[in-house]
Every structure is written in C-alpha cells, then in structure tokens.
Design a protein around this ligand. Structure first.
Ligand code: MF3
Ligand code: ZN
Length: 668
C-alpha cells in the first residue's frame, strides 16, 4: 500500500505580512498534520509558497508606488521568514513568479484548449484612455447601478451588497487616477466549467468533508458557468498563443497550479510520484474563503488535463482567528507586532496557543490574557511541571537513571491504560484534523501524570526500603507518560518536545523516530539522564500589560495630541490640488519635489512620500489635499510652498483618493 501524502497550505498573497489570524487557518494545522504524518511513517511532501500575481498584488503595489516585482520580493521574504520563525516544516516553499511556474501554467491551458474546454469571447471591458490600459474591477469605482452609491467598487457594492460587472457601474472611474473609463471590446479566454458539472458531481459525492464545505461546494457546482480565465494586464503568466499581447491568466487560474510547480521546483525528480499517482493522498489546508477554488474550480482544471493529476482527497477548511474580539487589521493597528512578540515569547507558546484555540468549527479568538493564562497554567503548570518534578526526583532518588519497572498495582495499571488511551485519542484527533482536540489530549496526558505522581507520593515511598520498588515502578511509569507526552505534543510544539526527548536521555530527534515504535518500546531502564532544566518561563503580567496597552493605544492615537477647537481647524486652508510633475530631490531617499496645480496657480511642494516608489509617473495627475496657507519653508535647500496630506503605513505611504472634486476646492 502506498503511504504517500501530499500536503498543501493555501499559497498566501505576497502583498502584506501574514499575521496569527492567517497562521491559525491554513498554516499551523497543515504543519502539525505534516509533522504527525511523518511520525506515522508516511512519505510526506508538504509544499506552499507565495501567490504573487493578480490584482490584489498590483493594486497594493500601486498604492504604495512600488513595482509589483519589488512588492512581492519584499513580502515573499517577510512571510517566508515568519514561517521559519514559527518552525514550519515545509518540504519546499516556492513562489509563483519563479520561472518554472510559467511553463506548467501554460501547459494547463494548452491541455484544456486541446480538449475543447476553452472558448474565446469578445466582451466589453473598462478602458482608461489616460492610463492606456484596461482596468480590472478592483481598480474601478463608480455609481452602484442598484442603490446609486457613488463610491461603489468594480465587482460589488459595499453599501448595498449588489454584485455586478464593472461595466454596469454608472460613471466608472479609475480608482488610482480618477480618470473616466470607457467600454472597449477585448478578447478573453473562457474556461467551460459548465462541461465538468457531471464529473464534479459524481466525484464529490463521497467526500468525507465537513458539511458546510460540501454544501458550499455543491452550490457552486449547481451554478457552473464558463468563466474568463484571462485578464488584460502585464503582471501575470502570459497566454501562450500568438497575438495575445497584454493578456495574462487570471490569478485564480495560475495560483493553484502553483502547488504543482512548487513541487516541481523543490522535487524535480519526485513530484510525479506524488501528483500523478492515484494512490497518493492529497490534503489541502485552506481558509474557508478559498473553498470554491479548491473544491470545484481547481479540480475541474485538473480533470481537463492530459496527465492523471491527483484531485483533492481531504479539504480541511478552517474559520478565522480574531484578535480581542475584532478581525486582525494591519491598517487599523489591530494586530500583533511580531518582532516584539518574538522578543518576549517563544514559537512553541504561540504554536500551542493557536492549536489549542484552532478555529475549526467557528471563529476563534486570540486574547492576550487567555494566551498568558494558558501558557502559564497549561504549558508551564501541567506539561513543564510534570517533566521538571519527575526529572528532579530521578536525580535525587534514582541516581539520574531510568529505574526498572516492577509489579503494577491496580492504580498503576489503570494509569498505564489511561496514558495509552490518551495517546491513541491524540492519534485519532491528528489524523482527523482535530487540532484542538489533539492539544487537549496533550494537557490531559500531562495532567494524568501529575495526578498519578500526587496519588502515589513517591517521595514517601522512597523513605522506606520496603517500598523502594514501588517508588521505582511509579517513576518509571511517570517517565513513560513523559515519553508519550513528548511524542503526542511534538507536532504542535516540536522544539519543546525535542527538549523533553533529550531530557529522557535519548539522542537524536523525535522527528527521526516513529510513533508506533515510541509507543510500543518501553524506556530502556538504566538509561542515564542529563541534568534537568525548565522548559517554559512564566509569563508575568508585566509582559502582557504593555501589549494590551499598545493595541488600544494605536486605536486612540489621534486623541493623544492635545485637544484643539474648531477655530484651530478653521485656520487651515485645505485645498484640492493636482500633481503636474514630480522629481526626486537629489541625495534624499524619500523627498520629492512636486509641482501642484491649485486654482491660484502652481506651487512647488516638497514632500517626504517618495521612499520605495519606483514609478513616480503614477503620481502625475493624481489629486491631493494641500495645506495651502502653510508658511513657505526651506527644506534641503529648496523652498516648499505648502504640504500635502498622506497616511504613513507600515507598507508605505497612501494618498487619499479624490475623484470629482475640482482643483482648488476646499476640503473641510
Ligand atoms: N492567495 C490566496 C489567498 O490568500 C490563496 C491562493 S490558494 C491557491 O486567499 F490555491 F491558489 F494557491
Ligand atoms: Zn449599491
């Protein structure tokens, strides 16, 4: 029987730093599962990588004035590093801009074309004559065709929830430059998803997935229609046909193929053994918002190939992890600063907390207080305490070696049975994607060890020559429970589990051992133990307090400046201006020299918004808010006649968006 398991976690967009909310959904559960399956002796291939094309990327890059490649390079590196920091065990972490991804994606398209699943259609799309390009829906805003809300997005109205085509908007505009858009015919390639309906229906019917996943998928299958898989853009995988200048694949076409190209990049000699063998088990970890793509669209794309690709077998889709009652949000400062976090806390503390709190069936919550109390009461109070008290005892009463097990009395045999049962429960939980339950088993096992230790009172047994044997049996059994504890906790807290493993006198790592062997082999009596050391530090109130304060401080940052009156505000003459030209100030990383049109004439304004902007021409034509009555000042030897308002965010500068306001209008 084949025991190959191919595991994927959704490829994260490289357009911002990941936070613990993401980690809890598609990532930590995937890593724990991969680690668990390796312990089971499975032949595991676990791949992931950055999702680097699409409008989500170009839009966020444009907003901070970075070229898309520069933008994804930055966040690919940041996210990859975070995964390393969190102890992830990806066999390969790739990215969709690596050159091998192009060929695989294009071949997918060519197979679909050859097999009659692709259709060309000419449709009207919105075109910006000023920017000389078609604009994807996320770049477009206009008046909602339904509720007439003016700032409606290109795909759906955030006011009334209507969803529509960007061409349905009244007065559509470019989100970036405000320029008006016109309809223009353009050719696109549509994938006939409707032709896969029957195949998908019969394939999905015996899938053992959660009911909500199946229902959601089914509603998509019932409504399958041809969908455009290309876009007008220069950022993406090019369409491999003649005369397709300016056409690239839609990001949701190329991204899932990234799972395959990542395997090809990391394992050029072995990827086929996994992807093309029907015996392989394919397990894809995703957040719930990715269900239709993994349960319906990508499987259909695979069904249309000339090679017998594996379709997903297990689709653990998780909900979201919130922070103190609200969604994580970088722009609102509602987040956890990871650099600070890792200065104070450890990888295993956060891994344990997220696992114990995994958003499996409903949204879950990161709360600082709860984090502190679980780390202290559970990791330190139960897990750390059991190991520490036992190993200190062994040093003092057993010369630092593992004692021999004697006869078991009823309490001891019940204990042995109990710890084996919990170990089996943990195995079941891991293999059924119940990470929360697995974390519970870890603590249940630690607690069982503590209770047994307290019941047996080995410190009393050690005092009497007649009960020395019973003491030794007790300690040997407690050490067995520690061995099992190290085993079942290792997928979640691998670093700590390995420390415990070493404290039991083993050389090598748990990752090199096998679950069944660890369970069935008793500890070698006589094995010499190293000096014990503590595994966890207590988290004091003083360590948590500033984090909670910082979270709430960010929110009220504005009110921290001294109060002013309406008269103070009225002193400001804020005006809409338009950038006419822009150049860098020599020798400065961020200073730009802008000419800005106001109704009173053109001003020269120096502004420190240029850091990281590669394409300054994007600024030309943009409307900005100018403080028009600011006293001129000399900056870097140049006179500046005013200032412009911008938001300074972690990912760069953002300028406010003004569309209809004429030049010179007052802002108040
Ligand atoms: N980047 C997507 C997201 O973050 C997930 C892509 S998963 C893949 O929602 F299948 F396309 F790779
Ligand atoms: Zn609306």
């Amino acid at each position: 029987m084949s025991n190959k398991i191919l595991i994927t976690s959704a490829l994260p967009y490289a357009n911002g730093p990941l936070h613990f909310g993401h980690i809890a959904g598609a990532y930590l559960p995937g890593d724990c599962y991969a680690r668990f399956q390796r312990l089971q002796g499975a032949d595991v291939l676990y791949v992931c990588g950055s999702d680097e094309y699409g409008v989500a990327i170009t839009l966020s890059a444009d907003l901070v004035g970075r070229a898309p490649k520069e933008h994804v390079d930055l966040f690919h590196a940041i996210n990859k590093q975070l995964f390393e920091k969190l102890g992830f065990s990806f066999d390969h972490y790739s990215r969709t801009t690596w050159e091998g991804h192009v060929k695989t994606t294009q071949q997918f398209f060519l197979d679909l074309l050859e097999n009659g699943f692709i259709e060309e259609r000419v449709t009207d799309q919105l075109y910006s004559e000023k920017e000389n390009r078609f604009l994807a829906d996320r770049y477009v805003i206009g008046r909602c065709p339904k509720c007439h809300y003016e700032g409606a997005r290109g795909d759906e109205c955030q006011k009334c929830g209507a969803s529509y085509e960007a061409t349905d908007l009244v007065h559509p505009h470019s989100k970036l430059t405000g320029s008006p858009l016109v309809r223009r015919p353009t050719k696109h390639w549509f994938l006939r998803f409707d032709l896969f309906k029957e195949k998908l229906n019969s394939w999905i019917k015996d899938k053992p997935w959660k009911a909500n996943v199946l229902n959601f998928a089914q509603s998509y299958i019932d409504d399958l229609r041809p969908r455009a898989i290309t876009r007008d853009s220069d950022w993406g995988v090019k369409v491999p046909l003649p005369g397709t200048e300016g056409k690239v694949f839609y990001v949701w076409f190329d991204a899932p193929i990234g799972y395959i190209s990542a395997s090809q990049e990391g394992f050029p000699d072995r990827w086929k053994e996994f992807w093309l063998d029907p015996e392989t088990k394919l397990v894809q970890f995703i957040g719930k918002d990715n269900i239709p793509f993994h349960a319906v669209f990508f499987p259909a794309m695979l069904m249309g190939q000339n090679q017998p690709y594996k379709l997903v077998d297990e689709l653990p889709a998780n909900e979201f992890l919130n922070l103190e009652g609200k969604q994580f949000s970088k722009s609102d400062g509602w987040t956890i600063d990871l650099e600070r976090f890792f200065q104070k806390f450890t990888t295993d503390q956060i891994r344990y907390y997220i696992a114990a709190n995994a958003p499996e069936n409903h949204d879950a919550e990161f709360s600082w207080k709860d984090f502190q109390s679980r780390c202290n009461a559970e990791l330190l109070g139960k897990y750390g305490n059991l190991i520490n008290r036992t190993l200190v005892f062994v040093q003092n009463h057993s010369s630092g070696i593992i004692p021999q097990r004697g006869e078991l009395d009823s309490v001891s045999s019940a204990f042995l049975e109990q710890i084996l049962r919990i170990t089996e429960e943990a195995r079941h939980a891991y293999s059924h994607f119940c990470l929360r339950k697995a974390a519970q088993c870890v603590m249940e096992l630690a607690q069982a060890g503590n209770v047994y230790f307290d019941t047996k009172k080995p410190w009393l047994l050690a005092k009497n020559i007649e009960t020395i044997c019973e003491m030794q049996t007790c300690i040997e059994l407690v050490m067995e429970s520690i061995k099992l504890l190290a085993l079942i906790s290792s997928p979640i807290i691998p670093h700590t589990a390995n420390q415990a493993w070493k404290l039991l006198g083993f050389t090598g790592t748990i990752e090199h051992a096998r679950w069944d062997q660890i369970v069935s082999h008793n500890l070698p009596s006589g094995q010499k133990l190293p000096q014990p050391h503590v595994l966890f530090q207590r988290i004091e109130d003083e360590m948590i307090g500033p984090e909670i304060e910082q979270l709430h401080a960010k929110k009220t940052e504005v009110s921290e400046a001294p109060q002013i009156t309406i008269d103070d505000v009225r002193k400001l003459d804020l005006r809409v201006g338009q950038i006419l030209s822009v150049e860098r100030v020599p020798k400065s990383k961020k200073m730009l020299k802008l000419s800005i049109a106001l109704s009173s004439g053109t001003r020269t304004i120096l502004s420190g918004i240029g850091e990281g902007m590669t394409d300054l021409t994007l600024l030309i034509g943009k409307k900005v808010i100018v403080v028009a009555n600011l006293k001129p000042a000399t900056l870097m030897g140049l006179e500046s006649e005013g200032m412009i308002l911008s938001a300074d965010t972690e990912s760069g500068i953002e300028l406010p968006l003004l569309l209809e306001a004429p030049i010179g209008s007052c802002v108040r």
